[in-house]
Design a protein around this ligand. Sequence first.
Ligand code: HEM
Length: 409
Amino acid sequence: MKPRTTTALYQTAARAWLTAAGLSLLLPPDRRLGLWLPLHLALAGAISTAISGAMQNFMLALTATPAPSAWLVRAQFALVTSGAGAIAVGMPTATAWLTGLGGTAFVAGTAVLGWMLWRAWRKALNRRHAMPIAAYGAAVGFVVLGGTFGALLGSRVIAGEAYLQLRHAHMTTNVLGWASLTVVGTLVTLLPTALRVRMPPWRGRLVLGLLVGGLSAILLGWWTGATPILATGGAAYAAGALGLVALVVSVLRVERTWGIPLAAMHMLGAAAWFVGGSLGLGVALLDGVAGFDRFRLVFLTAFVGGWLVLAAAAMLLANFLCRCHPERFVARAAARAGIVTVISAGLLQLASITREMLEDPARVCGVSLTDCVGTPPWGSLGPALAIGGAWFLISLGAARLARARRGTT
Ligand code: HEM
């Protein structure tokens, strides 16, 4: 299958998932299980589909290998899509076998992606890009693990304390491992490409080692419940995220006479959320499991709303770089409006979380924040804006891609 056809297939599906995620916010909270359904339509649906397609394109470009056969691409797509669809029906309807089956299909789809990656590396014409390929390999390893945890959780074969431990392990493995390592591995080459500068020397292996080692320690911490292990893992992960800052700074310092293109702006915004979220996570894990539970909403806002949504939009925009100059991106002003929407949604969410956190201390001082400022609808407005903004960006991208395919660029 041609890379352009693969891109169109996966990105059209990602757009449909994102639409479903936005619409699911209209359901009553008990029907959508609070945030669970919108979150999984966005993460297991939109982001995992977009990542599966983008990773295939990037791995072929980095290893200079031909595309795998069309049936394999279609099988990968069908497994991930049907798996995400089955869990989206299975969980809200409490059909444990369907959630288990969907989780298994999703994991099988990501394992096929792993096989494609291994094949590309084995046949690689050059081995210059070992770091991004290693990051993709680690990301796929984590999602096979994290997806299996999700399937076990959803099929209700585990209960009590073990369920809570596994829930922590599932969310960190998938968000910090699968999605985040894919994006980090991609930014390494994509940020210099988007800025059209040469890649400066960078300690990528150390950074990847810190992120993978940190996340592995966090998983061990969930298993043992030991706060020192969780704190060490959180500190290592945060140090890895700071390594990403070093990359961003050194890439920005390379001399250039042109401005920062739109795709690069998204990447910088996304990286800021990632680094802020990772530093916050490091601090939260100093207080072990209890600290993480207090941090949960900030975790979702920073990593899912800020980092992953913006990064997915950046990858999409950067895809056009392969085909055209970013300056010729016709809807620059509209796309800027999209990015501003996504960022303000995240800030709105943080404001809402801060307000909730201040409620108890204020009550101790005899003040009721609810009486003073009421209950603003920030809680659902933030996710709605983020999903709407991302949908808008992806729609613009899809329209641009369709025009490029018709040859009217
Ligand atoms: C194999 C497919 C998946 C299944 C079956 C699944 C299932 C589940 C289940 C059962 C829960 C716990 C719900 C609860 O008790 O509150 C959960 C939570 C969560 N999952 Fe998944 N999941 C899957 C894929 C993913 C993916 C790919 C991601 C991220 C990239 C993800 C991110 C999360 C997060 C962040 C939470 C915590 C939500 C919260 O705290 O409100 N899941 N998932």
